[in-house]
Design a protein around this ligand. Structure first.
Ligand code: CO
Length: 201
């Protein structure tokens, strides 16, 4: 072990502390995973899925990318979604954005950031769809608003995938939620966009 020795040490202490509380924890979990939730969140290091809802390994299936975007042609995200819905049969899909998102901020700027600008185009599209609402908002509130609007758009994108559409067609119990996390105080807020059917969509 050449480097990052401290991480292996921390891992050992962590695994031991879990086994101490429940000696069967890892042997049970190694046989199967049965998470009820799919989490689609930002890659930001301050927004770790399991930790902020205080759930142990095995409880959340996770996909993260910059600015929690669900792109219609992103095979990575769609494969996670398909596996979660069709195989794991999750009951809830959570799109969780966060205030102060660097991806959203970069998308609001009129300057180049390199390759990532091609990814951030999706957020510029969200801003374009909601141009009137953003224009009518005070400058100091625009950033927070776009973080929220981005979550709501990604909820719609998930609902419109063939995966979720077919699941609802088959009467599966599946709800898509839009949440936003405040990195200033660690508190989650529900954006009140729970969708469980095409009628609600
Ligand atoms: Co972010």
């Amino acid at each position: 072990m050449k480097s990052l020795k401290h991480l292996f040490e921390k891992n050992k202490v962590w695994a031991e502390s879990i086994t101490e509380k429940d000696s069967e924890f890892f042997s049970h979990l190694s046989k199967q995973q049965l998470p009820k939730y799919l989490w689609i969140g930002c890659s930001d290091s301050r927004v770790p899925a399991n930790q902020i809802v205080d759930l142990p390994p095995g409880e959340i299936f996770v996909h993260r990318n910059i600015a929690n975007v669900v792109v219609h042609t992103d095979l990575n995200c769609l494969s996670v979604l398909q596996y979660a819905v069709e195989i794991l049969k999750v009951t809830d899909i959570i799109v969780c954005g966060h205030y102060g998102c660097g991806g959203i901020q970069a998308a609001m700027e009129n300057k180049q950031h390199g390759l990532i600008d091609n990814w951030l185009r999706h957020i510029k599209d969200v801003a374009r769809f909601h141009d009137a609402q953003l224009q009518a908002t005070d400058d100091d509130k625009k950033f927070d608003l776009l973080c929220e609007l981005n979550v709501i758009e990604q909820v719609k994108n998930i609902c419109n995938t063939t995966i979720v559409q077919n699941s609802w067609e088959n009467d599966a119990k599946l709800t898509v939620h839009g949440w936003i996390y405040n990195i200033n105080n660690g508190i989650l807020k529900d954006l009140d966009r729970c969708i469980s059917s095409n009628k609600e969509l």
